[in-house]
Design a protein around this ligand. Sequence first.
Ligand code: 4NP
Length: 145
Amino acid sequence: MVCLGNICRSPLAEGILKSKVNSNKVFVDSAGTGAYHVGNLPDSRSIAVAKKYSIDITNQKARKFSFDDFKEFDVIYAMDKNNYQNIIALSISEEELLKVKMILNEVKPNKNYEVPDPYYGGDAGFENVYRMLDDACDVIADKLK
Ligand code: 4NP
């Protein structure tokens, strides 16, 4: 799960998907394409909306996406088009490139809809992001069963 800062959207995506899959079978992680918040906890508004739905994301620490992640992971979900472009710019093969997907295409295939960056908005933006990611993670979790 990859966004820009790895403090708002992708920590939620990580927490939500982890809550829906068997951790013995599926390894879920998140990262940011930017390094501004490396080492930080998720944004307090992400922590709060996750907690509202009984998901604890306070064990997460922001890290920067690395080209090594292409080797580590089978699928890489981008939250928006900028993230997508920044991730694929680091890929070195067709195989790596094809691992990268826009997460909302799981719900609305081929539309390339974006999970909006909620950082500069209010709490409602985080609730909206949570619901979008919850829908997408339902589809992803079903595929992993
Ligand atoms: P995220 O949100 O990409 O969903 O973690 C952001 C967090 C911080 C910044 C931008 C987006 N920032 O510019 O600091």
